[in-house]
Design a protein around this ligand. Structure first.
Ligand SMILES: [Zn+2]
Length: 393
């Protein structure tokens, strides 16, 4: 027999109840009876304290009954009896009617129990529910703003954690669109079967997370966010940017493919699985990001990526002379390894990200020449580079 829930579970019920979740939804989510849930929501039970048994209609329950009968003229005694039972009233049905009369709550004949009271009450309850469907719109107590480019599963997990819930609990109150979406390894693909439900899904999530559909749609690629023209890459959001928002865990994001550096904080945004790097000691890396941004005025992101990779292969592996060492990328590499390892001992020095970051200024410096050569080649083939690089719609 479970007469009392663990304190943390009972407190969760109170938190969600205050946020507007119905007892029925909570019962479904948490796997307890609606009666138990209502015991806590209505203060009949206190987290950590066993509830007293009530065999007679107390003044409080009588007041409750009076209020319910006043505010719902169609309320049947049988329905009221069920509500009271959920509040902890444990007497028999016969005692209930006797108590109602005793408190002068059962005055007119139509309040007397009908031989088929249960059936009638059920029918009445059902027809009222049909005429006035209760649209349950859960809201979480703590709002969570999305990070630009954030993956849907990351956002949902943060929303859950911030509100002391599990991801499954959050998914359970959202349209099934979300479960389908996050079970798809490529959440960026806009599947035609899911597309019609996207608008509803967006509204439901915005309501739950207390943000706006516009904000979510502009930030989360799963909703087709167009914060990028062209391809995106998977990385981890700049930890300084997320820390300013009070987020301590890594946030997986999809960013435009040319974005390698958070220029505000001087953080190299490594590919997924590798640590982000502090590159503030090498301002030429940050300057190279600005230069890459400017190149996008003339070239497509795909062209930039292609030229970048070509450039990386063309960078000299070793300095030509000892005088050239301070300007060589290996010098920069050592600086980045030293600084990042000293500041964050958990960041190893053997990641490919170091090399890519160290070579970045040299590579971007070579890109315009590579692209103009390529453009001449393509012009000779009488083919517009923009046209050839654009994606089919
Ligand atoms: Zn940043």
């Amino acid at each position: 027999m479970v007469n009392m829930l663990p304190r943390d579970r009972a407190e969760k019920i109170l938190t969600l109840g205050k946020a507007g979740w119905s007892a029925d939804t909570l019962a479904q989510q948490l796997g307890h009876s609606p009666t138990t849930i209502r015991d806590y929501l209505n203060g009949r039970k206190t987290p950590g304290v066993p509830a007293p048994r009530m065999h007679l209609l107390t003044d409080a329950l009588a007041d409750y009954s009076r209020q319910r009968l006043a505010e719902d003229p169609h309320l049947r005694p049988n329905a009221l009896f069920k509500e009271l039972k959920e509040l902890g009233f444990q007497a028999s049905r016969a005692t209930f009617y006797r108590e109602l009369r005793h408190h002068r709550l059962l005055t007119s004949t139509d309040r007397r129990p009908h031989p088929h009271q249960d059936l009638l009450a059920d029918l009445a309850g059902r027809s009222r529910a049909t005429i006035h469907p209760i649209k349950h719109e859960p809201v979480l107590p703590r709002p969570v703003a999305p990070i630009t480019g954030e993956s849907l599963s990351s956002y949902l997990s943060r929303l859950a954690r911030t509100n002391h819930l599990t991801l499954a609990e959050v998914l359970a109150v959202l349209p099934s669109w979300f479960s389908t979406k996050i079970n798809n390894p490529d959440e960026l693909s806009q599947h035609h079967m899911l597309a019609p439900a996207t608008t509803d899904a967006l509204s439901a999530l915005a309501r739950l997370g207390r943000t706006t559909p516009q904000h979510l749609a502009g930030a989360l690629p799963a909703f087709g966010a167009r914060h990028t023209r062209g391809p995106v890459r998977a990385t981890t959001a700049c930890r300084c940017c997320t820390a300013r928002r009070g987020i301590t865990e890594p946030v997986p994001v999809h960013l435009p493919v040319h974005l390698k550096v958070c220029t505000r904080h001087g953080i190299w945004l490594s590919d997924t699985g590798q640590p982000n790097l502090d590159v503030t000691a090498c301002p030429e890396i940050i300057a190279a990001q600005y230069r890459a941004n400017r190149l996008l005025r003339r070239y497509t992101p795909q062209q930039l990526v292609l030229a970048h990779e070509t450039a990386l292969a063309a960078i000299p592996l070793w300095p030509a002379a000892s005088a050239a060492i301070p300007l060589h990328w290996r010098h920069r590499l050592l600086t980045l390894q030293t600084i990042n390892h000293n500041r964050h001992h958990d960041i190893g020095t053997d990641h490919d990200a170091y090399t890519r970051a160290a070579k970045y200024p040299d590579a971007i410096a070579l890109v315009p020449a590579i692209l103009s050569t390529r453009r001449i080649e393509q012009d000779l083939l009488a083919k517009s580079p923009r046209h050839s690089a654009s994606r089919p719609c």
